[in-house]
Design a protein around this ligand. Structure first.
Ligand code: PFF
Length: 458
């Protein structure tokens, strides 16, 4: 048995930085602005915040407390708590679903991380005079290339592996305590720059004035799905980070801090991006291309674009690295526990396997080697992985985890683990037993109805 199961964060601060690092990622800076853009701005933002605090935060508390109680990798944490509670060890499957989900996510997350690294270089070389057509062509040509994105993906994964291989305190903790303050500093700088040079009033109006007409059913589901993805829930990451948590750290208070910081970064990213988008007359609803195809047009025209552009992509890269380490950690902790192999060896093996799986997502991009391969109508390989993790593994995993905590773990044990006053405990317990599973199930059922049942019925 290798030593990770007793590894611990050296302080509450280190844990908060790691958990915020996991939560803040491509979800906040890449996905949130474009989903808010497509969802009509303010209405989507308000709903997203409600989901984060009413549904996401209670789940975060539940997952962290399972991790801390179990003190092992997600599979063995679930098994040992189930055994202690006299319940079936089949609950260990929930640990598995997290580990597998995290492995699938990191395989394409790291590819997009690679795109971001490549865009730091492209932005530093300048997007001088780019119009919409050139910017689109540059991105599409890049992702259609069989070699360049793979190299970038490899570099991104190598960075992730080199951090995780050094262990909890020597690797993760050292990285996040430097990178997260840096991320925050860059974000504030970009926001100030955007506020001064861009159309800040239009951005505020767009992000905060609710237009409930744009908020259709699928956008509501997007908001809930994104709130879960953004808080890193149900993928074993938070459970693993919880297992390194000292007993004296207050979990509910930490969870509120993490959810607050995560939402703040999403909003700040919106306030850094949209003033520029509006000042240059660009389309805020540019979808996944907002960051890679829309913003470069502005970087090519703005004063100091050669500095602001690379800085923006560096921000994304930092956010992505601190999340990808949390995606690699659950699998590493499990295999290490299981085999007793050295952490370096385990990390390298899992990282390289995820890299290989990720190459398929790259080859499956339009125009690339497997670009013609389409699944279920028009899905690329990356879409399939995203669908499987975000729409199936994550909601089902989260729902069963809440059912486990709310109905199968003794109330007394949860009260002891959380150590909060009775009234707050009752609110949390009610949310976890009733509201969270029902809300998550509603989302899941809707997704399945929209994407599987309705097309079958024609
Ligand atoms: N929360 C990360 C983001 O918003 O980009 C992504 C993520 C990390 C999802 C870790 C799931 C996870 F377990």
């Amino acid at each position: 048995m290798a030593g990770t199961q007793h590894a611990q964060w050296s302080s509450r601060w280190a844990f908060i930085m790691a958990a915020v690092g996991s939560a803040v990622g491509l979800g906040n800076i890449w996905k949130f602005p474009y989903e808010a853009g497509e969802g009509g701005g303010g209405a989507f933002v308000i709903l997203y915040l409600i989901f984060v605090f009413v549904i996401g935060a209670p789940c975060l508390i539940a997952e962290l407390s399972l991790g801390r109680r179990g003190q092992k990798s997600p599979v063995n944490t679930m098994k040992s708590i189930a055994t202690e509670e006299g319940k079936s060890t089949m609950w260990g499957l929930l640990g598995w679903s997290g580990i597998i989900g995290a492995f699938i996510i990191i395989s394409f997350y790291s590819l997009v991380g690679g795109w971001v690294l490549a865009y730091i270089v492209k932005a530093a070389m300048g997007f001088g005079g780019f119009d919409a057509a050139q910017s689109t062509e540059t991105f599409l040509n890049f992702i259609a290339d069989p070699v360049q994105p793979i190299i970038a993906h490899f570099i991104f994964m190598a960075i992730t592996v080199s951090i995780v291989a050094r262990g909890v305190q020597g690797g993760l903790e050292k990285a996040v305590t430097v990178l997260m303050p840096a991320l925050f500093a860059i974000l504030v700088m970009l926001m100030i720059y955007s506020g001064i040079t861009g159309d800040f009033a239009a951005a505020i109006d767009f992000l905060f004035r609710p237009n409930f007409h744009a908020l259709t059913g699928d956008k509501i589901l997007n908001a809930l799905g994104l709130s879960f993805f953004s808080l890193s829930l149900a993928m074993g990451s938070i459970m693993t980070y919880g297992s390194y948590l000292p007993k004296d750290v207050n979990i509910p208070r930490s969870a509120i801090t993490i959810a607050g910081a995560d939402s703040a970064v999403a909003l700040m990213a919106g306030l850094a991006i949209f003033p520029i988008v509006f000042a240059y007359g660009l389309n805020p609803g540019g979808g996944g291309g907002l960051v890679f195809m829309t913003l470069p047009i502005a970087f090519g025209q703005m004063p100091m674009g050669g500095v602001i552009g690379p800085l923006f992509f560096a921000l994304l890269a930092v956010a992505a690295v601190t999340s990808s380490i949390s995606l690699l950690e659950p699998g590493v902790s499990y295999i290490e526990e299981r085999t007793g192999w050295s952490r370096k060896k385990v990390t390298a093996i899992i990282g390289f396997s995820a890299f290989l799986l990720g190459t398929l997502s790259s080859f499956g991009q339009p125009g690339n080697l497997l670009g013609d391969l389409q699944f279920f109508g028009s899905m690329t390989i990356m879409d399939v992985k995203d669908y499987l993790t975000n729409n199936i593994i994550m909601p089902l995993g989260a729902m069963f985890m809440m059912i486990f905590v709310g109905w199968f773990v003794s109330r007394k044990a949860m009260m002891e683990e959380l150590a909060i006053e009775d009234k707050s405990f009752r609110v949390w317990y009610f949310l976890v037993r009733f509201i969270c599973p029902v809300a998550i199930f509603a989302v899941f059922a809707n997704i399945i109805y929209d994407t599987i049942i309705q097309p079958m019925l024609g």
